[in-house]
Design a protein around this ligand. Structure first.
Ligand code: ADP
Ligand code: AMP
Length: 206
């Protein structure tokens, strides 16, 4: 059966960075709900129009939209090992996933929790920059972009929105830690370490 791994953790903890490496080196497919939504907003699709205001305010997009989106993606990728990056983010999303997986011939393997203090999260998010051409993620201090790459800052990586996203993580997403602990599926990694060290911890778990 194809693997299904969840990356859980606050925004800015390094989930996307690590997922990208597993894609490049281990043949996983990354399903990032945030990336899919940003693309939909850029293209002005129905989904994008519905999601835009929530994203700009740092709030979560309604569960029904996200659950339908994830089910469609998982059906498309039925035979591939996947990393769910940024989903689920609420208990109802996790319950919907539990219901959906057996119906599409999958089983949840492991949930990797990225642990990082709020102080570090703020440093990472405020310094994050993106190459709009390739989607590659940089950091002005920890992983500076090459001189010839013109990077942009995500709209929601501004200070006021970062604060809101953190609040949303603590109130709506962090209950999933207990949810998956009870299922015996939760594995914790110390996300404050270097990208290589975090990668090695993930590899030793999955
Ligand atoms: P997430 O997908 O969890 O929101 P990202 O992977 O986009 O997080 O990482 C957030 C920021 O932190 C980026 O600017 C990235 O370059 C940087 N970053 C990622 N992992 C590390 C790390 N282990 N140490 C320092 N900076 C990191
Ligand atoms: P991310 O790129 O994961 O930081 O997500 C960016 C934004 O997209 C979030 O702040 C939410 O507005 C929205 N989003 C992404 N994933 C979800 C999800 N699973 N549930 C609700 N909203 C989401």
């Amino acid at each position: 059966m194809a693997k299904t791994i969840i990356f859980l953790g606050p925004p800015g903890a390094g989930k996307g960075t690590q997922a990208q490496r597993l894609v490049d080196e281990k043949g996983f497919v990354q399903i990032s709900t945030g990336d899919i939504l940003r693309e939909a907003v850029k293209k002005g699709t129905e989904l994008g129009k519905k999601a835009k205001e929530y994203m700009e305010a740092g709030k979560l997009v309604p569960d029904d939209l996200i659950i339908a989106l994830m089910e469609e993606k998982l059906r498309e990728l039925s035979d591939r090992d996947v990393i769910l990056d940024g989903f689920p983010r609420t208990v109802p999303q996790a319950e919907a996933l539990d219901k959906m997986l057996p119906q599409i011939g999958r089983n949840l393997d492991k949930v990797i929790l990225f642990e990082l203090s709020d102080e570090e999260i703020i440093k990472r998010l405020s310094g994050r920059r993106i190459d709009p051409e390739t989607g590659k993620v940089y950091h002005i201090e920890f992983n500076p972009p090459p001189k010839d790459v013109k990077v942009i800052q995500r709209e929601d990586d501004r200070e006021e929105v970062i604060k809101k996203r953190l609040e949303v993580y603590h109130s709506q997403t962090s209950p999933l830690v207990d949810y998956y602990k009870k299922q015996g599926k939760l594995f914790v990694v110390d996300a404050s370490k270097s990208p290589d060290e975090v990668y090695n911890s993930i590899i030793s778990v999955i």
